[in-house]
Design a protein around this ligand. Structure first.
Ligand code: ADP
Ligand code: MG
Length: 458
């Protein structure tokens, strides 16, 4: 039951991220608890029949699709009203939540989501090393790098890549026992075993595996008993050349309140990091996600994918969320896929991103504009203007490049600074300068100097 509640909490969070605030608040905010689960049907209680029927007509398919991303077996949501729930409770004098007993004979549970495959993981410079390392490990588990330790910020593909390893191994040999577990789950399993003082099932689950995938190991922080237990399991598996893959939000050396004999072992094998994807990489990811969402790969024009990729530059999960939001908004209301509609669909997300940009002092930008315009002997207003003479265009492109380099502003934001220019102009300008710097060493050294003047650490 707890498992279903956690999934519902996650789905709710996803909905909150992808729906407009008022839509979310009206339909989903009030649905907190999973009422019961019977025969793979998960019951949720809506406040009234009006909301129940709105959810059923507009959102239920989507909810079910989201649900099945979390569970290996097909499950469905069912929405009932408060009154229906009250009736049910009245009928059963001692109300019991009815979760089917897990079938003991049922096949070995891996915890894997089989949609995470190498095929749909898009490779670029930010993740190439992690990807090739994971491939090698999947090809020869226990041999090339043990443990494989993958780290990086949230939403950059660690879980996806780790699960690729498990899915690949099972696909090639169904007899291999793979176990994917989130660190939270490990801690919970251990606590349950300790409470009952019965460790058999626990040990069986974690020690009788060929491949152990442990996600988000940073959550072991401060959990001394679980760490000791994990240490024992680690030693056992490692000794018998069973493959271990670990993910974390930081390098092993920076883990906090985790005993050093564990963190040092994490460094025994191979540590690889995943970084933020660049613009081209983000566009490729969007194309791949679009392929998975729809049968028509040209449904959304490229200019809109560029637009989404230029704004959501931080995290692949957000990027994917933005795409789904645009898809949903335009298909649900039968709108054309235009920049204006995409902007409307993403309004709330973009606004909340701008708030964080505001924390950057605007005086910093002005400083850059002053330095660049005086370097090229033009006025700041010419720099910001739409005048197309070469003497203005080049310095303008240079200042856009510097703003991106130093402040990592979104293309949209830079466009706004320059008299509301379109984000595509900004992307073009920055690429132009990056090219110039590759082929023209004089320009490169000029711009490098300017970067330092504007505050880049030499
Ligand atoms: P993390 O575990 O690092 O927080 P996830 O693995 O959960 O991130 O990734 C978040 C979302 O982004 C997932 O839906 C995942 O499929 C997607 N994703 C991340 N990186 C890639 C990539 N390189 N190619 C395709 N999808 C990706
Ligand atoms: Mg993850």
């Amino acid at each position: 039951m707890e498992q279903y509640q956690k999934i519902w909490d996650k789905i709710k969070y996803q909905l909150q991220m992808t729906l407009d605030d008022d839509v979310y608040n009206e339909h989903f905010f009030g649905i907190s608890n999973v009422f019961k689960v019977i025969n793979n049907t998960i019951y949720l209680i809506s406040p009234n029949s009006f909301i129940k029927s709105k959810i059923e007509s507009f959102y239920l398919n989507r909810l079910n699709a989201m649900l099945n991303e979390y569970l290996p077996e097909k499950h469905l949501f069912k929405i009932i009203t408060k009154e229906q729930a009250a009736e049910e409770i009245a009928k059963t004098s001692s109300y019991e939540i009815n979760v089917p007993e897990p079938d003991l004979e049922s096949k070995y549970k891996t915890g894997l989501n089989n949609s995470y495959t190498f095929d749909n993981f898009v490779v670029g410079s930010s993740n190439r090393l992690a990807y090739t390392s994971a491939m090698k490990v999947a090809d020869q588990p226990g041999v090339v790098a043990n443990p494989l330790y993958i780290f990086g910020d949230v939403g950059l593909g660690k879980t996806h890549l780790m699960q690729c390893v498990g899915n690949y191994i099972i696909e090639n040999d169904v007899n291999k026992k793979v176990l994917y577990v989130k660190t939270d789950q490990f801690i919970e399993d251990y606590a349950k075993a300790a409470q009952k003082k019965a460790f058999d099932d626990f040990s069986k689950k974690y020690e009788n595996v060929d491949i152990l995938l442990v996600d988000d190991i940073q959550f072991l922080s401060g959990k001394t008993q679980s760490q000791l237990e994990f240490f024992k399991i680690f030693e056992k598996l490692k000794e018998s050349n069973k493959q271990i893959v670990i993910t974390s939000d930081r390098p092993a050396s920076e883990l906090y309140e985790i005993m050093s004999r564990l963190t040092s072992r994490f460094e025994w094998g191979l540590s690889v990091d995943i970084n933020r994807p660049n613009l081209e990489h983000r566009i490729l990811i969007l194309k791949k996600k679009l392929q998975a969402e729809t049968s028509d790969p040209d449904l959304i024009p490229e200019s809109i994918l560029d637009y989404i990729a230029s704004i959501f530059d931080n995290n692949v999960r957000e990027l994917e969320g933005a795409l789904k939001r645009v898809l949903f908004y335009c298909t649900a209301f039968d709108y054309k896929f235009t920049i204006a509609n995409a902007e409307e669909a993403l309004k709330n997300l973009i606004n909340s991103k701008n708030i964080s940009n505001k924390t950057l002092e605007s005086s910093n930008f002005n400083n850059v504009l002053d330095i660049v315009s005086s370097y090229y002997n033009i006025s700041t207003s010419d720099l910001l203007s739409k005048k197309r003479k070469k003497q203005y265009v080049f310095p303008r492109q240079v200042s856009m490049y510097i703003l991106k380099e130093l402040f990592d502003l979104t293309y949209k934001k830079i466009g706004q600074i320059f008299n509301n220019r379109d984000h595509s102009t900004v992307i073009y300008s920055i690429e132009q300068i990056a090219n110039d710097m590759q082929i023209d060493s004089i320009k490169k050294s000029d711009i490098d100097k300017l970067l330092v003047k504007c505050g880049k650490k030499a």
